[in-house]
Design a protein around this ligand. Structure first.
Ligand SMILES: *Cc1c(COP(=O)(O)O)cnc(C)c1O
Length: 396
């Protein structure tokens, strides 16, 4: 007898910063038979995934595909291909992921020029413009569309247009925005864009959809040095995903994960982008009404809030970790902790993709009300439920 046993995870409700609840349809796709990655049926699937990703990103860029690794790898792919030693890259930093972009630039031998904005604030367009003016020769401006560490949305359409005015490219993190809020890669003329699968696409973690504009690819073609990463060199991966003139082996794609991604993208396509964006906004507003009824405050000012990631201050004197632990143990509900500057001070409530619906909003508020009461906070019994009943009835 083996001392080991199969692992059966508990059935949790995931309302943190990702991964989000994965639909049974996506999990079902994952356990279909594994076929060869150069099987003609698989290459057909690869083509369809590219087409569906173009739909999700709202782009016609031919170079749109999923990198076989998590969102952080999509980030790295953008930076290692676009940054050569000595290149000046403007980094907009207003949370954890902006800081990671800076580290990527430095490791690629580039010079990071920072525009720092307070955590919870969007990126300041004026400060970016001033910095572009004061530092001629900036090659790219890197920005996070949806900062998951704070719950703030930045205007990447404006920032990318500004970059172009100064002859710079835009590098855009859309890990948490894709599928949750409007994202229009072509209309906004974004150049190097990466995302993830486990946030608003509600797929399993471990893949990173990316898309590169013609302008970005030309810049990469004009490199004087080789891309330092073999795996992430777009000129090598291209022969695998491009399909022009036959596919050649680069690495073995995570085949079953691709089934899952295809299914998740299919679900988004069936729902439609606009309805998906509206659904996120609608349930966010209900959640916000319930949180307000509990006396809780948002970290981010209303116009810049992400519907899919709600950062809430933990009230003074409340042990925020205990509230989360209680939610996990008594409700099988995961809510996110504060990250970085907000550690120990805030909660992050995700309403992402397949997890963004009324039942989850109700569960989360019930668990929070219970948790706050346990912590000795005076809450009006049933106030959150009443706010939700009002909200949800108002629709039907
Ligand atoms: C989650 C996240 C990432 C990293 O994605 P992983 O899949 O965890 O590597 C990058 N940027 C943002 C904004 C994210 O929310």
């Amino acid at each position: 007898m083996s001392q080991f046993a199969p692992f059966y995870p508990p059935q949790r409700t995931l309302m943190g910063p990702g991964p989000s609840d994965v639909s049974p349809r996506v999990l079902g796709a994952l356990c279909r038979p594994t076929i060869g990655h150069l099987d003609p049926k698989f290459t057909q699937l690869m083509e369809e995934i590219k087409t569906l990703l173009r739909f999700a990103f709202q782009t016609s860029h031919p170079m749109t595909f999923p990198v076989s690794a998590p969102g952080s790898t999509g980030m790295e792919m953008c930076f290692v291909n676009l940054v050569e030693p000595g290149d000046k890259i403007l980094i907009c930093r207003n949370g954890v992921f902006g800081e990671r972009m800076r580290q990527n630039v430095v490791r690629a031998g580039g010079e990071a020029i920072l525009v720092d904005n307070p955590w919870g604030d969007p990126i300041s367009i004026d400060e970016v413009e001033q910095t572009l003016k004061n530092n001629p020769g900036i090659k790219a401006v890197a920005m996070v569309h949806a900062e998951t560490s704070t719950g703030v949305c930045s205007d990447v359409a404006k920032l990318s247009a500004l970059a172009h005015q100064y002859d710079a490219l835009s590098i855009v993190d859309t890990v948490t925005s894709l599928g949750g809020i409007p994202l229009k890669v072509d209309e906004w003329e974004l150049d190097a864009v990466y995302s993830g699968t486990q946030k608003c696409l509600s797929c399993i973690p471990g893949l990173s959809p990316v898309t590169f504009s013609e302008r970005a690819l030309k810049t990469i073609d004009a490199r004087k040095t080789d891309v330092q990463s073999w795996f992430l060199d777009i000129n090598l991966v291209r022969a695998y995903w491009d399909g022009q003139g036959g596919r050649t082996y680069h690495h073995t794609a995570p085949i079953n994960q691709m089934y899952a991604l295809h299914e998740a993208l299919l679900m988004l396509h069936e729902e439609g982008l606009q309805p998906a964006w509206e659904r996120h906004r609608y349930h966010h507003q209900a959640l916000a009404a319930g949180l307000e009824a509990l006396g809780l405050n948002f970290v981010v000012d209303e116009p810049y809030r992400l519907p899919q990631l709600n950062s809430i201050w933990a009230p003074e004197g409340v042990e925020e970790a205990q509230v989360r632990q209680q939610a996990l143990h008594q409700y099988d509900l995961e809510i996110g902790a504060g990250l970085g500057e907000f550690a120990g001070k805030a909660w992050r409530i995700g309403l992402m993709g397949n997890g963004c619906h009324e039942r989850n909003v109700r569960l989360c508020l019930t668990a929070l009300e219970d948790g706050l009461r346990q912590q000795g906070v005076q809450v009006t019994s049933g106030a959150a439920k009443q706010a939700l009943d009002h909200r949800y009835q108002a629709k039907s």
